[in-house]
Design a protein around this ligand. Structure first.
Ligand SMILES: Cc1ncc(COP(=O)(O)O)c(C=O)c1O
Length: 421
């Protein structure tokens, strides 16, 4: 397979086995040695590595195409505007949105959720209303709702999770009441790997007329997402977790809702008219994109989505399931290890604790062997509390990882065990 930076049709490719050895060549960083050992990068849930086509798209923009969009009549500005708008079309196709007017570029998942909290949330919430989340959320899908609850007098409620890390759907349903104004839930948990049954949960909320925001930060890189099929009202994800640049993300919003929401920030580009007394707003999606956007990053994201689409999300998911299954088996065989997050439906994340060893010590010893994992609370302190741990060690996989790398991880964990025995 060869990849280029030119746009490819974002057809939903059938699952074909991945040529992982070939794919790894597209990622320059994977050739590195860390502390004299080949890099084994298993921290993909924190951020993913970038293929050369993404690096090229960003570099090419600054080297040959740089101009501000939407404001110039000159050649470069027009070209940058077209490229920016094309990237939005790509995102719309990637998510199967009804229209590119439903695609707002943000700084990332965090900003997308804050945008909804401060526009939709702030205008719809009153004392006595509530918002329902789950007990497996990332802080990004907790704190923005706490802030808007403080501002409006609304209450935040969280549906519980089981010992396996699965959502208690009955308890979730019982929380949905007459005064619930919004449900906000994670698609794939970054701490547990649990895949939530989003379509079913959306249907339960919609049966009561409640809109649903999906935190898709860990879903978009690993699962085929179709917002029309999920029927969700908002879906947020981050560019850097889907092999694109940092500093860019996407908020999908149902057009009818976005139309009724006030702007998030004021400034250039988001207005139709301005007088010194008042302003009127630009049509979607510009209404939600105040100021000069992250143009280079948006183009890089477009290249990343082309790349991922060419591999095919189904093929990616199949390979990552194999890796997750193999890693779970290898790691679980090590005496003293407890896997945190054993849901039936999981994606790409293996969190665990090792008896008597602090997760940071696990991370540090593995780092010495060139293995990058994450250790700590993973911005999900309520999840850690639920499982009675201060933190976990977390290996998280991407399509460029291999079973051989998991063997290196397992060997590394044996070294940790010996050192701390
Ligand atoms: C499930 C989940 N939601 C939200 C976020 C926040 O993403 P970002 O920091 O890119 O805004 C993360 C990041 O780890 C995440 O894993």
């Amino acid at each position: 397979m060869s990849f280029s930076a030119v746009a490819v049709p974002l057809a939903r490719c059938p699952a074909v086995p991945l040529d992982v050895a070939r794919i790894r060549e597209d990622f320059p960083i994977l050739r590195q040695r860390i502390r004299g050992k080949p890099l084994v990068y298993l921290d993909n849930a924190a951020t993913s590595q970038k293929p050369q086509v993404v690096i090229d798209a960003v570099t090419r923009f600054y080297a040959a195409e740089n101009a501000n969009i939407h404001r110039g009549v000159h050649y470069l500005s027009e070209r940058a505007t077209v490229a920016y708008d094309e990237a939005r079309e790509k995102v719309a196709r990637f998510l199967n949105a009804h229209s590119s007017r439903e695609i707002i570029f943000t700084r990332g998942t965090t900003e997308g959720i804050n945008l909804v909290a401060q526009t939709y949330g702030r205008t719809h919430l009153k004392p006595g209303d509530d918002i329902v989340i789950t007990a497996m959320e990332h802080h990004s899908n907790i704190v923005p709702w706490q802030l808007v609850c403080e501002q409006t007098g609304a209450t935040l409620r969280a549906a519980p999770i089981s010992d396996q890390g699965e959502l208690d759907v009955d308890a979730f349903e019982r929380l949905l009441g007459d005064r619930t104004r919004l449900v906000a839930l994670v698609h794939v948990s970054n701490a547990l790997g649990t895949i939530n049954p989003i379509k079913r949960l959306v249907a339960l909320a919609h049966a009561r007329g409640i809109p649903v925001l999906v935190d898709g930060a860990q879903a978009a890189p690993h699962l085929q997402v179709d917002v029309q099929n999920l029927d969700c009202d908002f879906f947020a994800f981050s560019g850097h977790k889907i092999f694109g640049p940092t500093g860019v993300g996407v908020l999908y919003g149902r057009e009818a809702l976005l139309e009724r929401m006030p702007p998030y920030q004021g400034g250039g580009d988001m207005i139709a008219t301005v007088t010194l007394q008042r302003s009127t707003w630009a049509p979607l999606p510009a209404k939600f994109e105040a100021g000069t956007p992250m143009i280079a990053q948006v183009l890089g994201l477009g290249a990343a989505l082309d790349y991922v689409s060419k591999l095919g999300l189904d093929a990616i998911a199949a390979w990552e399931q194999d890796l997750l299954g193999y890693a779970t088996e290898r790691v679980s065989q090590i005496k003293g290890i407890r896997v945190i997050g054993t849901a039936r439906d999981k994606a790409s994340v293996l969190g665990f604790v090792l008896e008597g060893v602090h997760p940071h010590d696990i991370g540090t010893v593995l780092d010495d062997a060139g293995i990058a994992i994450r250790a700590g609370h993973h911005c999900a302190q309520p999840v850690m509390e639920r499982f009675g741990v201060s933190g976990t060690a977390r290996a998280s996989f991407a399509f460029y990882n291999t079973r051989a790398e998991i063997d290196v991880l397992a060997d590394g964990l044996m070294t940790v065990k010996k050192m701390f025995a």
